[in-house]
Design a protein around this ligand. Sequence first.
Ligand code: SAM
Length: 234
Amino acid sequence: MSLAVRDLAVVELMDDPECDARRLKATLRRFGTVNRLVSGWGTVYRTTLAPYLASLGRPAHVLDLGAGGGDLVARLSALADRDGLDVTWTGVDPDPRAHEVAVERELPETVRFRCADAATLLDEGARFDVVLSNHVLHHLGPELSDFAAESLQLSRGLVLHGDIERSRLAYALYTAGITPLAPGTFLRTDGLRSIRRSFTRAELAGALAERASDEWRVEKPAPFRLLAVGRGRG
Ligand SMILES: C[S@@+](CC[C@H](N)C(=O)[O-])C[C@H]1O[C@@H](n2cnc3c(N)ncnc32)[C@H](O)[C@@H]1O
């Protein structure tokens, strides 16, 4: 198995509509723990998101596209509350199985979840101050271009897409590190497949530039992480 190129032939178990429902739920619930350990969103919140929200000087509305079981919205909303930021959060996911897990969370009224995609929100004329996503880009093949363009249209401010940076070391460390968290979930198989499907920095910059070359820059906010940063057009 080579990690020299993105491997779009491998499909994650969670993307199979017929996959084991119990294991899928357990996987979505445990993303919270995995994301805290590897996703780098603590750093992105501190260095980029919180300063931007504070700079607005008014209440803000943040959209998480592909929110899954809602763990990132739950974490970011708690951090913003702690910092006294006035923010409303919407997490959307087109997969009803993920939406079901998200709405089970007990969260403040400033957080809501919808089973929807970006195109639906655009049809409704919705706009947000920040549009973000975590671990969605690597799920996408040619649809990446539409997803990225829609995220720019939905935002009147910042767009932040976080994902894995593919490397042999990331693959080796994940193989060892995921062992205690994997039982009863798809975390081992799907995590390794995610790494195989994910981008290098140059690949992601190239893929985003195909449609909107001057709209994106790709940063490395933490080890094994990429962050595509865009300026909204909404
Ligand atoms: C690996 S999960 C990540 C969930 C969550 N963001 C997290 O970090 O825990 C990927 C999610 O992206 C969603 N997804 C896939 N394609 C999408 C698209 N085109 N638009 C929005 N969400 C999408 C899936 O339904 C799935 O819930």
